[in-house]
Write a protein that binds this ligand. Structure first.
Ligand SMILES: Cc1cc2nc3c(=O)[nH]c(=O)nc-3n(C[C@H](O)[C@H](O)[C@H](O)COP(=O)(O)O)c2cc1C
Length: 403
């Protein structure tokens, strides 16, 4: 890893500078303590809807020697409590996930949330529950959920309390954004609520809901939250694409850990690289196309074993473009890969791609998933901001997409 990376398809030149390539010094960073859980190095896989199911978590874990913490995609509390088959499947864990069963819950009503937490802890053996207060998608915020909730701190307090009570001794953490938009920042309130109501750590995705995934994450806000938080760890989230970014975020903001999202899409080995630099070593070499093909085949087989071949391959389609991003000639196969139905077809489509090609370093920071535009406005329920002191929510939808 010696050539500097570029920000190929990221938003225009805003003075971004690559992070220094200086590995961690012995004792420079402490393990992350989330209640009774020790996470060493202090690195967490971000919950990502449609992505961080059991097979993906297992794949990421395999590169890090079982270290770091891997959170499930968001599970809607009401659908879980009502026993919806799809939700129960997505909430399930792999056989390797003992001692680290980590799940993200979404909901707006304390009844379903508290009950979901109780079932997850008592019957499912869950060891960590994260709460989603960052989802910016229209369907969620227009129902007063996700990133809208911190704008009503009393409501937020009520539902955090319900989950903390339901979870008993299992640690509950919260993840949220900077705010609704630049004129309505809520992250300091959210952190205060979390601290007061018994959350065991805070994670800040340093963008507003209006920004979605556009622009650069505001790491200064992470530093500000860290300064304001006295009793629990603060995790920073946003724009970690290379192992150096993880170290830089911790050095620059003083945060206690980092949360990695889009950087690992089609790049699950990023967790191995991050472990290396926290261990004070140069990161392992980037994979060749041949090694990536092997990882893709492993990923596809894991998804098929978990979901069925039909649904597993349907899931795998979206990963193929991320895995092959930037490789010359790969585009020719992508059309067919995006329609692939069986493992046999998949293997046959990968076969002609040349194994020896080195990793296209310039594509590391290329946009993966989510486009780079903000939303015009954040949809909220009628009158939501006029009575921010209310502690009731408007709706408790059953099925939600993450974000
Ligand atoms: C496809 C996708 C799905 C996401 N789903 C969730 C989710 O279910 N819960 C959540 O808290 N955040 C979700 N997020 C946000 C990420 O957890 C993370 O906060 C965000 O991507 C910023 O981190 P990054 O810059 O490392 O990607 C999602 C992001 C993506 C790209």
């Amino acid at each position: 890893m010696d050539a500097p990376t570029t920000e190929a398809d990221l938003d225009g030149d805003d003075g971004w500078q690559p992070a220094p390539r200086v590995v961690a010094k012995p004792g420079e960073f402490r393990p992350l303590q989330i209640g009774p859980l020790t996470v060493d190095p202090p690195v967490v896989l971000a919950p990502m809807a449609g992505i961080t199911n059991a097979p993906f978590r297992q794949l990421c874990r395999s590169f890090s020697g079982g270290r770091c913490l891997y959170v499930s995609e968001m599970i809607t509390a009401r659908a879980f409590v009502e026993g919806h088959a799809k939700t129960l499947k997505l909430a399930s864990f792999g056989p390797d996930e003992t001692g680290r069963r980590s799940i993200q819950l979404y909901g707006t009503h304390e009844g379903a949330l508290g009950e979901a937490a109780r079932i997850l802890v008592n019957d499912w053996g869950v060891e960590h529950i994260d709460m989603n207060f960052g989802c910016p998608v229209r369907k969620v915020t227009s129902a007063g959920g996700g990133s809208a909730i911190p704008a009503r701190p009393k409501l937020m307090a009520r539902i955090v309390r319900a989950v903390v009570n339901g979870a008993g001794s299992v640690p509950v953490t919260i993840k949220f954004r900077k705010g609704i938009h630049d004129q309505l920042l809520t992250f300091l309130d959210a952190g205060r609520v979390g601290e007061q109501e018994g959350a065991r750590s805070l994670a800040l995705h340093a963008r507003t809901a209006q920004q979605l995934y556009s622009g650069r994450a505001d790491w200064d806000a992470i530093a500000e939250l860290k300064q304001a938080t006295k009793t629990i760890p603060v995790l920073g989230n946003g724009d970690i694409f290379e192992p150096w970014d993880a170290l830089q975020m911790m050095r620059q903001t003083g945060c206690d850990g980092v949360v990695v999202g889009r950087g690992c899409l089609g790049r699950p080995w990023l967790f191995g690289e991050i472990v290396d630099v926290f261990d004070g070593k140069e990161p392992r070499p980037l994979p060749t196309l041949g090694e990536i093909k092997a990882t893709m085949q492993q990923h596809a087989r894991m998804l098929c074993a978990f979901f069925s071949e039909k649904h597993g391959m349907a899931q795998m389609r979206k990963f193929t473009g991320w895995y092959l991003k930037g490789f010359p000639g790969a585009k020719r196969q992508l059309g067919a890969l995006h329609m692939v139905r069986t493992l046999e077809e998949f293997d046959a489509l990968l076969a002609p791609l040349p194994d020896h090609l080195p990793y296209p370093i310039g594509s590391i920071r290329a946009r993966r998933c989510k486009d780079g535009r903000p939303q015009e406005h954040v949809a909220l329920p009628e009158g939501f901001l006029e009575c921010r002191d209310e502690d009731v929510c408007v709706d408790d939808p059953l099925e939600m997409d993450g974000g």
